[in-house]
Design a protein around this ligand. Structure first.
Ligand SMILES: C[C@H](C[C@H]1O[C@@H](n2cnc3c(N)ncnc32)[C@H](O)[C@@H]1O)NC(=O)c1cc(-c2ccc(F)cc2)cc(O)c1O
Ligand SMILES: [Mg+2]
Length: 214
């Protein structure tokens, strides 16, 4: 049977990356996407911005919306302190299966809880199901028209506290206009745009970092 792109990406990791070495997993995926097949990982340029936000924040609890193959999951989890936890939501079972194997190859399975399902269903259950109080950092990288409704849902469910950081991928390409308008005009957020490029291309894209003010 034909393989899928995520399966080919997983194969490249298993053949070229060192088990237990997150940086080699990240490097292998970036090489694959630059030289073999483009894939919708946040990539190395935006990934460095992601790394700096995570390192500066030193978060104890992180939520990622849209795991895909786990590239940004590995980048974030590799920077977390020992007892910190990352919950990542992915509703495509095939992508989730590949991501689990890539996260395990990096040796980060103890820091990461990958939940299969839709953000809209799981966000209201975070407290009761996983004992989460609030998230220090949320990385939004799922369907672009879900960024705004899910942000409002997180506010309503009390999952954000004063100082929680939302970091959103693709705010220019494919674009999240309603989300940008909201976080940039709401008095409840301090928002900042980090200009960059769409992963593995010269097209403009960027990350929007928005601090919740409570
Ligand atoms: C949406 C995807 C990422 C993943 O998110 C999961 N997902 C979705 N909605 C939910 C939910 N509601 N709950 C849980 N998981 C969820 C899905 O299954 C994908 O695996 N990301 C993108 O589509 C994406 C696309 C591009 C892109 C840019 C230029 C082009 F010409 C073509 C594509 C770049 C990027 O950087 C992306 O991130
Ligand atoms: Mg993205």
């Amino acid at each position: 049977t034909q393989s899928t792109r995520p399966q080919r990406l997983l194969g490249a990791v298993q053949q070229n990356a060192t088990r237990g070495d997150p940086r080699s997993v990240v490097k292998t995926i970036d090489q694959f996407c630059k030289h073999k097949e483009w894939a919708m990982n946040v990539g190395d340029e935006k990934g460095c911005i992601l790394d700096s936000v995570v390192s500066e924040l030193n978060p104890a609890t992180v939520l990622e919306l849209g795991t895909y193959c786990g590239y940004s999951t590995v980048r974030i989890a590799s920077l977390l302190p020992p007892h910190a936890r990352l919950i990542t939501l992915e509703f495509n079972p095939h992508f989730a299966a590949v991501a689990r194997q890539i996260i395990a190859w990096a040796g980060l399975q103890d820091k990461v809880l990958l939940v299969e399902g839709a953000s809209g269903d799981w966000i209201p259950k975070m407290k009761e199901q996983f004992g989460v109080k609030t998230f220090d950092l949320v990385f939004l990288d799922h369907w672009k028209d879900r960024y705004l409704p899910d942000t409002k849902l997180m506010e309503e469910c009390g999952l954000l506290r004063k100082g929680s950081v939302l970091l959103a991928d693709n705010v220019v390409c494919p674009g999240t206009p309603d989300y940008l308008q909201y976080v940039r005009n709401s008095p409840r957020y301090n928002s900042q745009y980090f200009r960059s490029h769409l992963e593995y291309t010269k097209a403009e894209d960027g990350l929007e970092k928005s601090v919740f003010l409570g």
